[in-house]
Design a binder for this molecule. Structure first.
Ligand SMILES: [Zn+2]
Length: 307
């Protein structure tokens, strides 16, 4: 960004689905069936990732989805400009080490310089897995940031990470699993450019006072929309875990997102990281109508938000 340009916060939804995307390769649930059939009421969705920028040229990925290559193919803003090797993707930040948030790093391994950001805990987990060394550490530095520390991964773009209650990724689960752990394992991101602010929290077990305060100070919120009801997976015969057991506050019901975040009507509120079982993915469904009536939007791949 040249010094004369005023930074302006932009965000681009690369992927709006939860783990597995929509449709999921091995799923024929009600939503996936419609998606397989090409029903216009259900958009196909890749796994969740949000790109943010202060100048529209250099972009920071908030999570590197396992679908990243497909997302780059679909979004001209993510594609090389000019001669030879180039990418507008200048940095990637991981909010945790879920497969759908971290595995996309493996798609960025062709000797392209960028920076990987995360908490120490997240970078240690990635660091302990040698497959990620295919992204050469000599040209792709890994930078640890502390919770609450403000940093500027791209010129004009200021970030701060904060803890949100969550659980360890499925692939690291051992023994008794705490589903609302607060620490460096699962973080939310506050992004600011040109005086505009957004909060990104694609995984959240429950809303803390700290999160309430951050949302109140933001212009836009991208929030965990994984499941509509706590027992959605069980009732659809897709699994035996509740939403809360998976570390995700459900959208509806007592203590759900519509209820707990109803006080933030002045903030543009968008559900992201939406699992393929979630009926809000069917346009016109009672559940989608309910979230819209409550003032929420449902993210879709390619959605642009300028907070
Ligand atoms: Zn499904």
């Amino acid at each position: 960004m040249s010094p004369t340009d005023t930074p302006a916060l932009r965000s681009l939804v690369l992927g709006s689905g939860g783990g597995g995307g929509v449709p999921q390769w091995n799923c024929n649930c009600r939503v996936c069936r419609l998606a397989w059939d090409g029903d216009p009421r259900v958009k196909r969705r890749t796994q969740s990732s949000l790109a943010v920028s202060a100048d529209g040229e250099s972009w920071l990925l908030l999570n590197a989805s396992i679908d990243l290559r497909e997302q780059i193919l679909a979004r001209p803003a993510m594609q090389p400009k000019g001669q030879g090797r180039h990418s507008p993707i200048a940095a990637a930040l991981l909010t945790n080490t879920d497969v759908d948030h971290a595995a996309g790093l493996l798609a960025l391994r062709e000797r392209q310089p960028f920076t990987i950001w995360g908490t120490r805990a997240t970078l240690d987990t990635i660091g302990a897995n040698r497959i990620f060394d295919v992204v050469g550490r000599d040209i792709v530095p890994r930078r640890a940031v502390r919770l609450g520390e403000r940093f500027e991964p791209l010129p004009g773009l200021t970030l701060e990470l904060f803890a949100v209650p969550g659980k360890v990724p499925l692939w690291l689960e051992e023994g008794e699993v705490k589903t609302d752990e607060i620490g460096e394992g699962t973080v939310g991101v506050a992004v600011e450019a040109g005086g505009r602010r957004l909060v990104y929290a694609p995984g959240c077990a429950h809303v803390t006072d700290d999160l309430h305060a951050r949302i109140a100070g933001a212009h836009a919120l991208f929030f965990d929309g994984t499941l509509f009801t706590d027992d959605e997976m069980k009732r659809a015969g897709l699994g035996d875990k509740t939403s809360r057991r998976m570390g995700h506050q459900p959208v509806s019901g007592p203590g759900g997102t519509l209820e707990t975040l109803s006080g933030h009507a002045g903030v543009r509120r968008i559900l992201i990281h939406i699992n393929n079982s979630n009926p809000i993915l069917i346009e016109g469904s009672p559940e989608e109508q309910q979230v819209k009536a409550a003032g929420w939007e449902v993210a879709y791949d390619g959605m642009e938000v300028r907070p």
